[in-house]
Design a binder for this molecule. Sequence first.
Ligand code: SF4
Length: 152
Amino acid sequence: MILISSCLIGEEVRYDGRHQLNPTLKALVDKGKATAACPELMGGLLIPREPAEIIGGSGVDVWNNTARVVTCSGKDVTEQYKMGAKRFLEICESQNVKTVILKDNSPSCGSDAIYDGTFSGEKLNAPGVTTALLMAHGIQIFNERNFLNQTL
Ligand code: SF4
């Protein structure tokens, strides 16, 4: 089984209440080859919610307690992001998921890039909070661009 970011299959779960539908990924779910989940919702965050960025580093640094996830108004949501990541990992472990396809640029799901914590649109080449946890558990990670080269 493959686990995909919910927003990529058209679920309106993003911070702004919108989705990022990728029809190819939605088809994987429709054929029963994949399922979907949203770490931020599983961490207890709501729709809509304020945009958040990792301040002080990457998702790896969040797990090392040297970076925090903070919203644009300054609210610390690190614990919600960590909880959502742990629940996403629990799904992987309970459903024998070895491969995930995650929405890039997200502070949770980013893999090639996340925003740099300045809310200026600048990015870092670094993983988000969920991605970092999954990487540490040996799960194969793709995003909405680089999965196209794979046989899934
Ligand atoms: S990128 Fe990840 S955390 Fe953000 S809305 Fe999509 S599934 Fe949820």
